[in-house]
Write a new protein. Structure first.
Length: 163
């Protein structure tokens, strides 16, 4: 049984390791990816310093092990856009609906925070993520001029629905 909750300070090292190990597994432990994000070691501090614009959700198993996470933040490049960020799930827990549940939580949070569109950047090496996003209604768009991660090669958007 999974427990879903907001990020806690004690999650920081587990989430940083989860992000880095996932990216490394897919050959994306390179500059221009979240692997080198300056806030990766301090996600709790980052996401809680501006709760009117951002939040991060965590999945943990019945033993309390952090097995996934996903965040949302204001996307400064476009008015009314929230960015879905850092969706990662431990490989041993994939294909159990965790990523779908986390994205659903971010979608609800986007509506609560008043965003009109959810935006995300991902990479073609992350085929499972691309499939999930498309299955959840995200649509591919051309690379925007305001894209953040230089190495990413897939950009997607989805209208935020009032819930």
């Amino acid at each position: 049984m999974m427990i879903y909750r907001t990020i806690q300070k004690s999650d920081n090292p587990y989430l940083a390791e989860l992000v880095r190990s996932n990216l490394k597994q897919h050959g994306l432990d390179i500059p221009g990816t979240a692997y080198f994000d300056l806030n990766l070691e301090h996600l709790y501090e980052y996401y809680t310093e501006n709760p009117e614009k951002r939040n991060y959700f965590v999945a943990e198993d019945e033993t309390g092990k952090v097995v996934g996470g996903c965040g949302i933040d204001e996307f400064a490049g476009a008015d009314g856009y929230g960015e879905l960020q850092k969706l990662y799930v431990d490989p041993d827990y994939q294909r159990q609906g965790i990523a779908r549940a986390l994205v659903g939580m971010v979608e609800e949070e986007a509506a609560r925070l008043g965003y009109k569109v959810l935006y995300l950047e991902t990479h073609s090496n992350l085929q499972a993520a691309l499939h999930l996003y498309q299955a959840m209604g995200f649509e591919l768009v051309e690379r925007p001029a305001f894209a953040v991660h230089a190495t990413m090669d897939n950009f997607m958007v989805k209208a935020v629905l009032d819930r």
